[in-house]
Write a protein that binds this ligand. Structure first.
Ligand code: NAD
Length: 300
């Protein structure tokens, strides 16, 4: 029979991921800080509890999908956190995007409680989460840990890659998202310019996507409403991957780059642009709203 999985963090991504575990026959014990999110998953068959600590007392395989480092620290090491009641031999999988050094810190504390912690951040948007098409980048100390992790993550994604020891999954993820932030702003700039030059947005996207400017942001997740069906740009930038989360990831890349003295000029500029967006009412809008932000700048 399928193992019971604990799940903490049922937001835009986690709700889909937990639902896919249910669909594939894993009983799920779930918790989120927002009661409404918990109730939605209960309706789909999960059993729900009142804290991360309670999740850990009922299951020995846990997945967490939380906004940022501070939430992950709280959920693992806080007074009602997972490590307060973790069972020996438990497997703790964090799929949030956080600081690699925080992942390493929690791994140390988990080891002290005889549990194994791995970082397994994901790439792919909410639709990939819904359709079990995520890519997981895993930082795991031992190959045998990775094998255990892979079996669970395969139920929620199509690619599970072992990057190296704990923290390296996060390293891979923040490199990817730095490039994504840069490419989204670039796509938004190019689309905005072309539209102002009189081009039809769909035609322009079609040309970019058969040319060398093509990228995920232009092809799969175009930021201009109506160019691609079923993405947040067509839904007033609701759902998806919030600009505040993108600003957070670009900040993680800047922290890491500063520490090791790697030059990241465009990553730095993208970080500044997303921070301005966050302070201009775009925090909760999907990060493809960079297009709308540029359009608004031009309005007179
Ligand atoms: P989200 O804000 O929609 O969901 C986070 C959930 O965590 C919320 O439901 C919130 O209530 C819950 N939460 C916060 N603090 C909590 C606590 N202390 N205890 C229990 N629950 C708590 O975020 P998301 O879009 O699902 O993203 C989650 C993570 O995945 C982030 O690190 C993000 O960077 C990353 N990510 C997101 C996407 C995307 O497209 N949305 C893609 C790849 C990676």
């Amino acid at each position: 029979s399928n193992a019971t999985v604990g799940f903490v963090g049922l937001g835009n991504m986690g709700s889909h991921m937990a639902r896919n575990l249910l669909k594939k026959g894993h009983p799920v014990v779930a918790y989120d800080a927002v009661p409404q999110n918990v109730l939605a998953l209960k309706a789909d068959g999960a059993s729900v509890v009142g804290s991360p600590k309670e999740v850990a007392s009922q299951t020995s395989i846990l997945v967490t999908m939380l906004p940022a480092s501070s939430h992950v620290l709280d959920v693992y090491t806080g007074s009602s956190g997972i490590l307060r009641s973790v069972q020996k031999g438990s497997l703790l999988i964090d799929s949030s995007t956080i600081d690699p050094s925080v992942a390493q810190q929690i791994a140390q504390e988990s080891k002290a409680s005889c549990a194994t912690f791995v970082d397994a951040p994901v790439s792919g948007g909410v639709n990939a989460a819904r359709d079990s098409l995520l890519t997981f980048m895993v930082g795991a100390e031992k190959e045998e840990d990775f094998v255990r992790v892979k079996e669970i993550l395969n139920k929620m994604g199509k690619n599970v890659v072992h990057c190296g020891p704990v923290g390296t999954g996060q390293a891979a993820k923040i490199c990817n998202n730095m490039l994504l932030g840069i490419s989204m702003i670039g796509t938004a700039e190019a689309m905005n310019l072309g539209i102002k030059l009189g081009l039809d947005p769909k035609l322009l996207a079609k040309i970019l996507n058969m040319s060398s400017g093509r990228c995920w942001s232009s092809e799969v997740y175009n930021p201009v409403p109506g160019v691609v069906e079923g993405v947040p740009s067509g839904n007033n930038y609701k759902g998806g991957f919030g600009s505040a989360l993108m600003a957070k990831d670009l900040g993680l890349a800047q922290n890491a780059a500063t520490l090791i003295k790697a030059p990241t000029p465009l990553g730095s500029l993208s970080h500044q642009i997303y921070r301005i967006m966050v302070n201009s009412g775009y925090a909760e809008k999907d990060f493809s709203s960079a297009f709308k932000f540029l359009q608004d700048q031009a309005a007179e």
